[in-house]
Design a protein around this ligand. Structure first.
Ligand code: SAH
Length: 200
């Protein structure tokens, strides 16, 4: 398949991603926050994520600068990437619906914050970060470029290992025992098989 076809498909998938997030981003801006961990580290993590998951793909989409780093993946590999990202978009929508107004791009506690433990949050604590990982893997396959493809995965690894301990510390501070219990019963991005029976 022609490279341009993959570019159009990727741009469309990305547009859908933005459309799903849009209303939640708007709502988030209007909600009163009672605690914000707007640290320099968190800001840097968000900038890194924007570079890896948005800027690099945009450079690949719109310019020839990264053409020398192309990987010759077979078409079916890239089509698998498209299918994975479509599935991840359904998951993304479900996560946003479940988390509702508790979603925030940085680490925050809102005025009427509830600890969500249902639906996609029943067995894992970080479905949104799992979705980002799946999206980053799909990005590698679809874009098929050493720089623009793998940048998402690289930044996700840094993001996940720095963000999660801070987020869980904030949640434990605010929700106390409730979050500690939730943590015992769930896995981070993969279900905690050993304790999953506690939830059923
Ligand atoms: N880590 C989660 C949420 C990412 S959005 C995930 O991967 O799905 C980040 C915000 O979500 C944080 O500011 C935190 O306040 C909120 N949050 C995280 N887990 C939550 C939960 N179980 N219930 C309610 N809010 C949660």
């Amino acid at each position: 398949m022609n490279e341009i076809v993959f570019k159009i498909i990727f741009a469309t998938l990305f547009a859908i991603y933005i459309v799903i997030r849009g209303p939640y981003d708007k709502e988030y801006k209007q909600i009163e926050k009672i605690k914000t961990l707007n640290s320099l580290t968190d800001k840097c993590l968000l900038i890194l994520m924007t570079i890896g998951l948005l800027l690099m793909p945009l450079i690949w989409l719109l310019t020839p600068f990264l053409n020398d780093f192309k990987i010759e993946f077979p078409d079916w590999f890239r089509i698998v990437g498209i299918l994975i990202s479509i599935i991840s978009l359904f998951y993304f929508r479900r996560i946003h619906k479940t988390l509702g107004t508790s979603w925030s791009p940085t680490l925050e506690i809102t005025k009427r914050h509830q600890l969500i433990q249902i639906g996609v949050y029943k067995r894992i604590r970080h479905p949104m970060y799992l979705q980002m990982l799946i999206w980053a893997i799909a990005q590698c396959l679809i874009i098929s470029n050493y720089i623009a493809g793998f940048s998402g995965l690289m930044v996700w690894i840094i993001f996940y290992f720095i963000r999660v301990p801070k987020e869980e510390e904030m949640m434990t501070d605010y929700f106390g025992e409730k979050y500690i219990k939730y943590k015992k019963q769930t896995g981070s991005i993969f279900p905690n098989i050993k304790n999953s029976n506690l939830l059923t």
